[in-house]
Design a binder for this molecule. Structure first.
Ligand SMILES: [Zn+2]
Length: 1044
């Protein structure tokens, strides 16, 4: 057992004692419940398909703890009850492994209610069926269908089919305004869509029971799809007009064409806006139901709490939802079913997601010189899905079923249940996520990696000098470099630093610690970039602090009188790559750049912005990067493990689509500060820079997603580069970057074995160690589409749709992209309607519960800058939004597409609680109100004209609304409860988000209100796009067309 063996050192010393994982000292402390959770649930995770598993004492003599007390002493919980998970909507209540296809769960368990909208009228008078959105005054258990939601009598227009009047929400035939339904507001109703006990939920009568008890006959009970329903689920492949038979021609897309002219009509108050599904309500309900709880990942196919919900994760065999989320947790068994429902099968993987302090960091496992144990055939890494057989001498791979020999050093006996007796001592056998130390085989040229380097490259042309940016950056770096990322527990960072300044030519600096003064070396031949010094360019900051500070002091003065306004750009990146190549390390370039690179050099760009292309076939060209130099640069960067972060300070068009190309293929980020002014934007920029420099990150990464037989990963979205169809290359991957993966069937999936996936990320740590980070996740499979719809996650779905739409717009006109989005949505919902809900009249809009707010997100997506097609928006801004969304995780796209609008005028200053957000609609604003709106990118404080003077005084230190200066951009620090509370809310928001946000203070009716209004996503978009209500009606119409 010399080299072999599972060296348990680093892993267990990392554990936070008592965090429910491995107790400190690894298995030696009987006082700590150790995987006690298995105790109470014989079906829990690592159980073999037989389901016979009983908990056993761990080899160290650990008694199986009581399930009820499992978290009592050692899990930090925000909430109260240790084990109060109501059965998750998916198959959580059933045994995770191999529950029989006809388990009682399918027939007995009451189903999640469907969201129903009854469209009684061609006039789009929407009302609720007795679904979950019941009259809140009625007790949740009151018999449904007797007291439907709409208490107002139906309008007298009679039961007409929805036809021409619905073809466009903005069409002149639009019904006259109707009185709002008399139903009471649903706001704040705690049990909406989330009855305390699903078991007690009565059947939904004829209208609302979404999942009929017995499985429908035939292939999942699926009826023959209507014409067009069999289209390719893959989104970009869909030819335009695939569903053309049902599309009413160009007019159909009217509402989404964007032109502001479409939007100029008077607002039509038709319905009570509370009557349509509410994102804030869904968020609140999930928080009420699952907030503050410990989410244990021991069940296959378990749907996690929403990203907006506060919960603690305990890894028990599946990766935390912070690392991986799926569009659905129950995959359809066959490709046909997947095709019919058109619900994309995807996972959003954020391999370096930040874990809260009360969750256990990943253990590092060392399998010695032989390296991590892997399946001989498919190369999957040792994980909880490997089944040990033959007395422990062999194991069967859960991914490819290959039977492998267990290496001698890894041999362990099995207990009477067939489990290895060391199961709970080995992270790779019992956890969803962990790391392996990689051997030299996993390193470039079989040589140990060097620690990465950060190179700061500052554009010192006239614009950046004049704005004060150069001085600001140099000042900041003096302190910021003390906070370079470091390995957990180490004193200082091993990341090396280097400095370059440039305009048309490049200046490299020798900052070797032995020097008294930094030395500058100039390279003016930018066509053949080389690094003029080997020694002294990349140094340790601590050692060279004096020389570096000297340099940072000098740089602003050296270029103070510059007249140079031209810049190069590609040679700057090239120089960075060459420097890393010379140093044989990976790293990151931080480039602070002002203008479009017009100097005569490789990668020279010209202004190609042309607003006339908007809403034409050629609009896509605005977003396509210029090929050639930049494409090659991306490849060079990726092969060197050189990530590029771009900080842009433009005063006009810079062709961001091209300049952002290298960052978005190298795991980098793009920050943009238009018309930068130090006083107004300095703090915003510095906050971004600090977060960016300090954040957790891995370098020179390559990721592979393996799956069990029957399906595979086919499509990848992210700040990534791909040389082949399987290896996802990332020059760097930080804690905020996510890769969205699409899966396709290549065979049948089995309900018994489910769908397993393993994401393996090989990377270099900030201290230069080569590691493998493994995330495993197991999903259910079902021949019933109702299972799929029940297990969907809207937030993950919209992430997938956003990324695929933003990619599709490079190749197709925006109008086509928007049509495809609507078509696919209509098909997903129509398929549910047809196969999973009880018979109902066509005039009802029936939405699956787990997808009921999907339309509001989709509509918001279509109104985002990239997809809206408005000449009023800057092309660079649109390109920027498109590029940053590509690497977003589920939290980020959720917030981006449904901002938080927080009323502050009534806040309880005595409490720590942030007021509950309200729906993003103008109707929620009040003249006497004050609201905070944030979407992760922008932050607004909106003030109504009648805002109480006392409040204005307390927050702004001016006597009234009228006294507020127009260009206010920050809050004064005042010593009163309102001011303190507001600033603390803002600070905590800023703290949570990946990037900094600049606070914009908006006065009602001011010109700046337009910026704010485009985030009120339930309203018509100021640059085009339908209101939520209109869009829902439009989608309903589309669904009906699909169904006929
Ligand atoms: Zn295998």
């Amino acid at each position: 057992m010399s080299q072999q063996g599972y060296v348990a050192t680093p892993p267990y010393s990392q554990a936070q004692p008592g965090m429910g994982g491995y107790p400190a000292g690894f298995g030696s402390s009987p006082a700590q419940p150790l995987y006690g959770h298995y105790g109470g649930q014989p079906q829990s995770f690592p159980a073999p398909p037989t389901g016979l598993m009983k908990p056993v004492s761990s080899p160290s003599g650990m008694p199986p703890p009581e399930v009820s007390s499992q978290y009592g002493s050692n899990i930090q919980q925000n909430g109260s009850h240790p084990q109060r998970y109501p059965a998750p909507p998916a198959a959580a209540a059933a045994s995770p492994y191999g529950h029989p296809p006809n388990s009682p769960y399918h027939t007995i368990a009451p189903q999640a209610p469907a969201q129903q909208l009854t469209n009684q009228m061609g006039s789009m008078n929407l009302g609720y069926g007795p679904g979950p959105m019941q009259n809140p005054q009625a007790p949740p258990t009151s018999p449904p269908a007797q007291q439907p939601f709409q208490t107002a009598p139906p309008p007298t227009m009679g039961q007409t089919t929805l036809g021409p009047p619905l073809t466009g929400p903005h069409s002149p035939q639009m019904a006259p305004p109707q009185s709002p339904l008399a139903g009471p507001s649903l706001g704040g109703h705690p049990s909406l869509g989330g009855h305390p006990s699903m078991g007690g939920h009565p059947p939904m009568g004829g209208m609302g029971r979404p999942f009929p008890g017995p499985p429908p006959p035939g292939s999942g009970g699926f009826q023959q799809p209507g014409p067009g329903a069999a289209g390719q689920p893959g989104y970009p492949q869909q030819p335009q007009g695939q569903f053309g038979g049902q599309m009413a021609g160009p007019g159909m897309a009217g509402p989404f064409q964007g032109g502001a002219a479409h939007m100029s009509g008077p607002p039509q108050k038709k319905l009570d806006p509370d009557s349509i599904p509410s994102t804030t309500q869904v968020t609140e309900d999930d928080q009420a139901k699952r907030g503050g709880q410990v989410y244990t990942t021991n069940l296959r196919g378990q749907v996690p709490p929403l990203v907006t919900t506060d919960f603690t994760v305990q890894d028990q065999g599946n990766a935390s939802p912070r690392f991986m989320r799926c569009t659905t947790y129950s995959f359809p068994c066959t490709a046909d079913l997947a095709k019919q429902c058109q619900v994309p099968l995807g996972a959003i993987i954020k391999p370096f997601a930040t874990l809260p302090k009360n969750e256990t960091p990943l253990y590092v496992v060392n399998h010695g010189e032989t390296g991590p144990i892997r399946c001989n055939r498919c190369k999957a890494y040792m994980c909880p899905y490997m089944q040990f057989i033959d007395g422990g001498r062999r194991y069967q791979c859960g991914f490819c079923n290959c039977v492998n020999e267990v290496p001698a050093f890894y041999f362990q006996h099995l207990d009477h249940m067939g489990r290895r007796v060391d199961l709970y001592e080995r992270p790779e056998l019992s956890l969803g996520s962990y790391e392996f130390e990689a051997t030299l085989d996993y390193c470039k040229n079989n040589k140990p990696d060097s620690p990465p380097a950060y190179i700061f490259m500052i554009d010192v042309s006239y614009a950046n000098i004049k704005s004060g940016l150069v001085r600001l950056v140099c000042e900041e770096l003096k302190t910021l470099l003390d906070n370079l990322p470091r390995e957990d527990g180490s004193e200082s960072s091993t990341v090396k630093v280097g400095f370059v300044t440039y305009n048309k030519i490049l200046h490299f600096y020798n900052v070797k610690s032995a020097l008294a003064q930094p030395q500058m070396m100039v390279v003016s031949d930018t066509a053949e970039m080389f690094v003029p010094l080997l020694d002294g360019f990349l140094v340790n900051f601590q050692e060279s602090r004096a020389v570096i500070n000297n340099l940072l002091d000098q740089i602003p003065d050296m270029f103070a009188d510059t007249n140079e306004s031209e810049t190069v750009f590609a040679p700057v990146i090239q120089a960075g790559v060459e420097a890393l190549k010379t140093a044989e390390c990976s790293g990151k370039l931080f480039i602070f750049h002002s203008s479009i690179p017009t100097a005569d050099a490789p990668g020279k760009l010209k202004n190609r912005d042309d607003k006339k292309l908007i809403n034409t076939e050629k609009e896509k060209t605005l977003f396509q990067p210029q090929k050639g130099v930049y494409e090659q640069l991306s490849k060079d960067c990726v092969s060197q493990g050189c990530s590029v972060d771009l900080f842009l300070f433009p005063s006009q068009y810079v062709d961001l689509a091209t300049m952002g190309d290298v960052p978005t293929h190298t795991g980098g980020s793009i920050f943009k500060y238009s018309n930068f002014q130090v006083e107004m934007d300095g703090e915003h920029f510095l906050s971004d820079l600090r977060k960016d420099v300090e954040k957790a990150i891995g370098f020179d990464a390559i990721m592979r997603v393996r799956t069990s037989t029957g399906f595979r990963a086919t499509n990848f979205f992210g700040a990534i580069h791909m040389n082949n169809t399987t290896d996802v290359e990332m020059a760097a991957v930080d804690c905020d970057k996510a890769v969205t993966v699409e899966f396709k069937h290549d065979d049948k999936l089995s309900e018994e074995t489910g769908a397993l996936m393993q994401c393996a990320l090989l990377y270099t740590t900030v201290s230069g160690q080569r590691r493998l980070r493994i995330h495993n996740l197991s999903l259910n499979c079902s021949a019933q589409l109702s299972e799929l719809y029940k297990s969907c996650e809207t937030d993950a779905l919209i992430n997938f749709f956003a990324k695929s739409a933003y990619r599709a717009m490079l190749n197709q006109p925006l109008k086509t992209v928007r049509e495809i989005l609507v078509n696919q949505t209509a098909h997903m919902l129509a398929c549910y309607r047809k196969n999973c809900s009880s018979p109902s009249t066509a005039s009802q809009l029936i939405l699956p519960d787990a997808m009921k707010v999907f339309p509001v997100y989709l509509n918001s997506l279509m109104k985002t800058g990239p997809l809206v097609g408005s000449a009023e928006l800057s092309t660079d801004d649109r390109a920027h939004q498109r590029l940053i969304a590509t690497a977003m995780g589920v939290e980020d796209t959720q917030l981006l597409l449904y901002p938080r609008l927080i009323p502050l005028h009534n806040m309880d200053v005595a409490s720590d609680v942030v007021p509950a957000p309200v729906r993003c609609s103008e109707e929620r604003l009040t003249d006497a109100g004050m609201f905070l709106l944030e979407n992760g990118r922008s932050l607004f404080l909106w003030l109504g004209q009648a805002c109480p003077p006392e409040l204005v005084q307390r927050v702004f230190n001016v006597p009234s609304f009228a006294h507020l200066p127009a260009d206010l951009s920050s809050l004064p620090v005042l010593d009163n409860p309102q001011s303190k509370k507001l600033r603390s809310i803002i600070d905590s928001l800023l703290d949570q988000r990946p990037s900094a946000m600049k606070l914009l203070i908006v006065k009602q009716k001011d010109r700046s209100e337009m910026l704010f209004r485009q985030h009120l996503v339930e309203d018509k978009g100021p640059h085009g796009g339908a209101s939520y209500m209109d869009f829902l009606c439009y989608v309903h119409c589309e669904i009906r067309q699909v169904l006929t």
